[in-house]
Design a protein around this ligand. Structure first.
Ligand code: FES
Length: 105
């Protein structure tokens, strides 16, 4: 599938997002600006924070307690659609998703 990352300034970057990788890995592998992922997916940094739409959130597995804890360390505003993208595995039905990148990490 392809996932489109929308930067805070509105720029859209479409990346190849292999099933089984995480959304953070797809962004990192394509050098998407604004997804820092400092801890490499270990749920220890909150710099892979992204915003998802209500529809997308409805299709995702719920946050683990540790993701819930760590997301509170995000530098950008935490909203209803906030998730840590290293905790979200890519599935085929995500093709065409637009994922919002926060203005800071
Ligand atoms: Fe560090 Fe996701 S990459 S919490």
């Amino acid at each position: 599938p392809k996932i489109i990352f929308q930067e805070a300034d509105g720029t859209r970057i479409e990346v190849e997002a292999p099933v089984g990788k995480t959304i953070m890995e797809a962004a990192r592998d394509s050098n998407v600006p604004g997804i820092d992922a400092d801890c490499g997916g270990a749920l220890a940094c909150a710099t892979c924070h992204c915003y998802f739409s209500d529809d997308q959130i409805g299709m995702l597995p719920a946050k683990s307690a540790s993701e819930e804890d760590m997301i509170n360390f995000a530098n950008a505003e935490v909203k209803d659609g906030s998730r840590l993208s290293c905790q979200i595995s890519i599935t085929q039905d995500m093709d065409g998703w637009v994922v919002q990148v926060p203005d800071t990490q």
